[in-house]
Design a protein around this ligand. Sequence first.
Ligand code: ISJ
Length: 369
Amino acid sequence: MENIIDIVPLTEWGLGFEFPLLIAGPCSAESEEQVLATAKELAADGRVKIFRAGVWKPRTRPGGFEGLGEQALKWLKRVKSETGLSVAVEVAMPQHVELALEYAIDVVWLGARTTANPFLVEQLAAALSGANIPVLVKNPVTPDLELWIGSIERLWRSGIKRIAAIHRGFHPYERSRLRNIPKWEIAIDLKSRIPSLPVICDPSHIAGKANLVPEIAQHALDLSMDGLMVEVHPTPLQALSDAMQQLTPRAFINMIDNLNFHFTTSTDYRFIDFLEQVRNRIDSIDQQIIELLAARMKLVEQIGEYKRTNNVSIFQLRRWENILKSRIECGKRLGLDEEYIKNLLQLVHKESIKKQAEILRGNQPNKKE
Ligand SMILES: C=C(O[C@@H]1C=C(C(=O)O)C=C[C@H]1O)C(=O)O
């Protein structure tokens, strides 16, 4: 991957954005009244900076409401002039980009199905390259970080420097409490891979149900996400798309009032001192964990040598079951989650099997083949 280091921070996008960036609006633009009423209520509150509305809707199955296209872009132009909000739409084809630019749309986003298609992203990147317009990139439907980064990279290579990612969760296949599996670790990994990239959370698509949206939005803020994109509709249950997950403007404003917006860090010297002291202790514990893992591996190697001499197989089911059971019980007594201990031990066991396999094949452990 090329080093993407020059993405413009949100606050310098020139559209009056503050941190965290709040984007809200209906899933789909359905009528001029619906669009304007929602935008006016959001604008009056003052915290939302971008009004979103889908005008081209890529539907999973044919026959659903596919958006009103150019007609709806005219309404968004009115939103802009009457409320001062910036306006954003999803684009999925180069023709969409052309029309969006013609109607002076301020920001566009690529949807989850588009991000997953490198040919399409390449075409969109070409269509957007001279436009000097910010582009938001939703994660692909599948939990594939490389594909997400690939789309961002394609846009960036075509000269777009105002880019943000939108984390909208991943397809769960089976029914779950949430509509999409968040897999927060992927959003965190993206942030570590491209530190200058703002990552915005879309709690509406992760939650799938209006009453779960605030919980997801709070979690995103707890993880230092740079903004929220939320679906807001004046009468959600009558919405032509995503009826279950949209909030009324009132409910949205209420949610924002009650969210805990954290600072990314603190300049208070007591906080800095405290953090440093505790982090020093964590550093020392991590050092000990690694030393203990190395000592454990030495013993595993001894067993491996002995198994080789005595022609005994590497994997020992009974012993492994006992280890899992006793360590999980021990962890539970100390307040540690069963799944956490299990995952950790599986990692340790996998590595010790690998080491013993090397020994059995006659290779020196640690020696490169
Ligand atoms: C080390 C051994 O070999 C394997 C590795 C184990 C471990 O890492 O603790 C446990 C059981 C075996 O599957 C052993 O037999 O004790």
